[in-house]
Structure formats: structure tokens, C-alpha cells
Design a protein. Sequence first.
Lengths: 153, 512
Amino acid sequence: MLSLLLDQYNYAVVIILMMTGLYVVFASRNLIKKLVGLSIFQTSVFLLYITIGKVSGGQPPIVESHGSDHANSETLLFASIGEVDSVAQSSSEVLYSNPLPHVLILTAIVVGVATLAIGLSLVVRVREVYGTIEEDKIEEYDRIYYKEILERQ
Amino acid sequence: MSFMSLFPQWIFEQGPAFLIVLPLLMGAIIAILPNRSMAWWFTFFVTLICTYTAFGLFQHIYFDSFLLYTMGGWAPPHGISLIVDGLSAPILLLISVMAMLTVIYALPASISEIEPKKRGPFYAAFLICFAGLMGMVITGDAFNVFVFLEVSSISTYALVAMGAARDRRSLAAAYNYLIMGSIGATFFVIGLGFLFMETGTLNMAEMSAILSDLDGGTRVSKVGYGFIVVGLGLKIAMFPLHTWLPRAYAYAPTKITIFLASTATKAAIYLLLRFTFTVFDPSFDYISIMLKYLIVGAAVVGMVFASFQAIFQSDVRRVLAYSSVAQVGYILLGIGIATSSGLAAGYLHLLNHAIIKGCLFISVGAFWYRFGITRVDDFSGLFKTMPLTMGAFTLGGLSLIGVPFTAGFVSKVKLILAAAEQEMWWAVLVIVFSSVLAIVYIGRIIMAAYFGSPPKINGSTFTKNEAPFMMLFPMWVLGLMSIAIGLNAFGIGDTFVSASEIAASVLLGGRG
């Protein structure tokens, strides 16, 4: 059990981060702290995807050629780094890690940054209008404010 | 009736990409446009052209077959493909028509809702939201769905917050929506990660083929499906996950409420259909259990609970927002029944509800525009001051209840028949009971408007003060549309019914 956990410690990290993030989002009443929780939650997903992309024993998915032998497309395709090169020539096969999840996560990071930017700018507006970023106080102010408006009518 | 000859050939070849690229590009251009009064015209023409294109594609699907567009000529599964089929084409048309009508309504509404210097960015964000929704519906690549989902969501957060000029509570509503929406989208992307682990591909068609080879796959794809349902459930406002919706609808600018109520949740429901029935398969045991117990359960509880909540609201926009949650329940019930008649009924109710809620929210927006009122008490005597607007509201309201000869009746009867077919008599009872509750919450507003007397202002009774034409036009188009579906005038009702049947057959693997 423990050795399984140690072998796949990255999944454990993902789960711990994910739960921490979600807990912070739901437990805190401060608008900034909620956004911090949200970011941690999203980051755990980045780690999950990067974990998926790793193939055990896989090389970085970069096709590298040695010397000036560019003409042969097959050598280009199967050439690799350092010691693996000889293996590559003999078995004509190199194990690469999957590059696709990294590309996906680049997109997801951009999305996360955009969400955070919108969220923070909303918090700035909330602070301008209410003078606080505590959810409880905002709700209290709203109750008083709109009660007064109704009474005036 | 075939209108195919009205469309040039390039629409069928390049139309799918055009529907996303045009609003995205124009959104960026409008944001930097120096002359701000041009922004409305640009937005209007973009939505008009998109409606024209979507209509062409709809005709193509309706009479022909499905369209596969490969982005940049890269063949799937490696390239990103766009799919227009019987399932996505009606929703594409729905979103673009609703966007166009919203933009028409937005011209007078902006005068009182948005400060002049913010109108350019407002229309830019609107177009980006529109592009995101279209992208969500049209794409055939699972990760692309997530990207477009976030494109539309992030611009929606900003648009909802623009209600702050009128009601400062919209800031908290937008923030709350942002937190819930981001959690939903992140759950969705975790689910996609699990699916990618299982299948090693992101193309929906190939995912589906691999999953059926694996006979549903291992525990990994089960967990993935669970995450996807919860993530989309947040976006759909499926019953226990709906808490963000009433506040966001009630405090957003009125035109954003119209657009959101009639398109955003519908596009998310489309995704749920797409993932449940075409990527996964309802014959996998875990999918059928999920549909039978979770989706139907959430639908039924939501229908009753949200209708009760709607009765006790004092703000008309909150009444309609809770009613939206209840109506999502009807659609989900149809999906949960998962027979071809159930799916067709759910899909038809999806289209009808978008039309009905659009009509209702536009008339509520018009009342607010003229008198600045949204509370039920203030609706007293509105029929005497704004008869045309109240007329459209009544049409929409009757259709929402499901009175015979309206759109709501057609889809509710189909839903009841589908439930009866499966001998789910309790579901029939719940549908009828929830409709009775709808009579209460809509009736309360209509009674006040027709039988109450207009408030006296400065000692004299208020005279007639009708909404501007730009608001009357979209609300009557939608109001008459719902009657036309109910009466099957000009074959419109049949077109809707057969479109929903085609969609159901696509979902169950019959066609394309």
C-alpha cells in the first residue's frame, strides 16, 4: 500500500492540492482568499495533466539529429539524445513522452490567468463600492441598503 | 420548403468556421473602435450574418446530411474538427437568432443601462460570449469544448458585473457566478483528463469508438463521466447546483439576462447530451444508472422545489430565474428517460423554453426600461399603461404554463407521453403538479397587471406609455413564434418537432 502510494506520489499531491483548493473556496468568506483557493484548485489540474503526459522511460519529445545527416527522414524521425541513440538505431524505436497534455495545459493556464484577472478586478470594484471584501459584511450592507430604499418608497 | 437556393455554396463549405471566427475577430475590432456609436451596428451585422449562415447550415442538415469541417485541413483525429449535425444545427440557429434579437433590444436598453464610454467594450464582450457559445456547440474536439466554455463564461462574468451601474448587487452576483462557473469548468476539464487517460485522444468521434471497443472502459472513464456531469451540471444549473443562477439573472443588465436565459444553459445542456449519448453510450451500465437515478432524480426534485421557490419571490426577475431552474428540470427529465421520444421531447422543450423565456425577459426588461420596476407589487395595472408589452408577456406566460395552442403545451404533452410510455406515472404527476405551480407564479403577476389599478403619480392616473418599437419587435417575434409552434402555423410547429426527432435519432445513433 505504502509503496504504491510512493510510486504514484504525484497523484497524491494532485488530490491533496485539489481538496485544499476546494476547501479554501468554500470555507473562507474573504473574496481574495476564495480566489487563492480557486487558483490552487486549478493548479492541481495542471499537475494531473502533466502526470498523464509522462510515459515511464520516455524521452523528451524532441526530434534531434546528429551531425549533418539531415537528408534521411528516417534518421531524423528516430534519432535521439545521447546513449539512446545506439538503441534507436538498432531497434529503430524510441519511447517519447506525450507532448499533447503540456500543450493543453498551456491553454488551461492562460484560461486560469484570465479567470483570476476577472476575479481580482471584480474584487477591486466590490471594494470601491462597499469598502470591504468580507462576504458577510457585503451581505449585511446590502440588506440595510435595500431595506432603506424600500422604506423610502 | 427548401431555401437552399438562397445560400451561396461557400456557406456549406466554410460556414462552420465562419460562425466562430467572425464574432471573435469582430469582438476584438469593436473593442478598439474609435467611434463608439458604430459598435452597435457592427454587432448587429455580425449577428445578422451569423443567423443567415446558421440558417443555411440548418437547411443543409434538415434536408441533407451532416457536415464535417476540418480546421486548417488537418484531418481528425489529429486536427480539430467542427461538426454540424442534426443535434448541433438547431442550437446554432437558436443561439444566433437569440443573439440578434438581444442586440435589437439592446439599442434602446443601453441608453439607460450602460454608460456611453462602456458601450464599445460591452458589445465586444457580448460578441466574444456569442463566439464562445457557438464554438462550444459546433466543435468536435473535447478540449476545444473546454476552451470555448471558458471563453463564453469569462466574458459572461464581465457582462453580469456591468449591471453594477444600476444595481450594485450585480458585483457580488458576478463574483459568485465566477467562483461557481470556474469550479464547474475545472471539474469538466478533470473529467476530460480521465477520458484522455483512458482513450489517448481528444477527438469526440474517436473517443466514442475507443470507449465502445472497451465496452465502457474501466473505472477511469466512470470517474471521468462523473466529473463531466458535475461540471456541466453547474453550468446547466441542474437542481442542487443552481444557486448562482437566480442572483446572476436578477442583477445582470436586462439584455444579458435575456441572452443568458435563452442560450447559455441551453448550450451546456447540449454538451451534456453530446457527451452522454455520442461520446459515451447510454448502453454502458454506469451511464444508464446515472441517467435513471441521478439525472431524473435531480430533474424531478428541481421541477417541484424551484417552482415553489419561484412562488415566494417578490422580484419578477427572480421568479423567472427560479422558473428557469424548474424548466431545466423538464428538459433533464426528457434526457433521463433516454428513449427516442423522451429525448425528442426534452430537446423540443429546450428550444421552446429558450423562445418563451426570451419573450418573458424582454417584456420584463421593457417594464424596467419605462418605469424602473421589477417587483411583482409594482406590476399592478401594467396592462392599462403598456398593453402591447403586457400582451407579449401574457403570451410567454401562458406558454410557460403550458396552456393548449402554445409552444409549452406541445413539448409538455410530448414529455408526458414519453414518461407514460415508460410507465413512469409518478413523473407524469410531477410534470402536471409543477405546471400547476407555474400557474400560481405566473398567474400572480398577470392578475396584478390586468386587474390591479395603475399607481397614481402626482394625483393623476398614469396614461399609456408603450415600450419603444425596438423592444416590441423582438418580444412579439418570440411571443408569436411560441403561438405559431402551438398552432403549427406555416408548418413551424412541424419543423420544430421534426428537428427534435432528428436530434433524438442522432443521439441514439440512427443518423449521422
